[in-house]
Design a protein around this ligand. Structure first.
Ligand code: CO
Length: 221
């Protein structure tokens, strides 16, 4: 584990390594950002977004919170999605969960978690929504892994419910929303291959926000 002082030493070495092949690396980086990817993942220290995707600074816009949740009253995650879609024009949005997620584990534990209750409620709601499927899995560890996957799928669906994503997809054909799970035991990223267009079509029967007037349409006209 690095000491506090060592972090600044590490930083200097990192700067040296980044500028070795390209002396203008940071000058270029400072100019602008136009990442193709928005990544929404867990705050867990073992799941570093850029590293697991092999992406450099400037290539992925990142939001992380406990158990990678997308709650429509969370101004933080909603601001990130809106900015990424409407201003950065990202092509892909990824929700990345991970097996052995402490947040998902806590939500599976029926007890009072204090301040965490309203946050974990989102995962407990996913559990309730898929109660039958989960109860049919006898092995507790497998049930836990499955809830991690179902949680990713639900949070991806929550992203598809947003006006920003629906409108951009109708007008531009992007962003596409993906669900991934990171396996801490192997380091492998698993694409859950969620059917984006099918989910979009299904949810638009209830959550269609593409045709309602908004301040954006008024600005254009
Ligand atoms: Co986690």
């Amino acid at each position: 584990m690095a000491t506090y002082e060592e972090i600044f030493e590490n930083n200097k070495q990192w700067v040296a390594s980044m500028t070795k092949g390209d002396p203008d690396f940071f000058e270029k980086l400072a100019r602008d950002q136009s990442p193709d990817y928005l990544y929404i993942g867990c705050s867990d220290s073992r799941v570093p977004a850029n590293e697991i995707m092999g992406l450099e600074p400037g290539e992925v816009f990142v939001h992380r919170n406990v158990a990678n949740l997308v709650n429509n009253t969370d101004l933080n995650v909603m601001s990130v999605i809106n900015y990424a879609v409407r201003h950065l024009h990202v092509k892909h949005i990824i929700v990345c969960g991970h097996y052995n997620c402490g947040g998902v584990k806590a939500a599976m534990t029926p007890k009072d978690m204090g301040l965490l209750n309203p946050w974990l409620r989102n995962i407990r709601d996913v559990y309730r929504l898929h109660h039958e499927e989960l109860l049919a899995i006898e092995n507790e560890h497998e049930r836990y892994d499955r809830l991690v996957e179902l949680n990713v799928r639900e949070q991806a669906t929550n992203i598809i419910k947003t006006a920003a994503v629906q409108k951009s997809y109708v007008h531009n054909g992007y962003p596409v929303v993906h669900g991934w799970v990171f396996d801490l035991h192997t380091g492998i990223l698993k694409d859950l291959n969620i059917n984006f267009t099918k989910i979009l079509k299904d949810i638009q029967e209830i959550y269609d926000l593409t045709t309602l007037p908004s301040e954006y349409d008024e600005e254009k006209s």
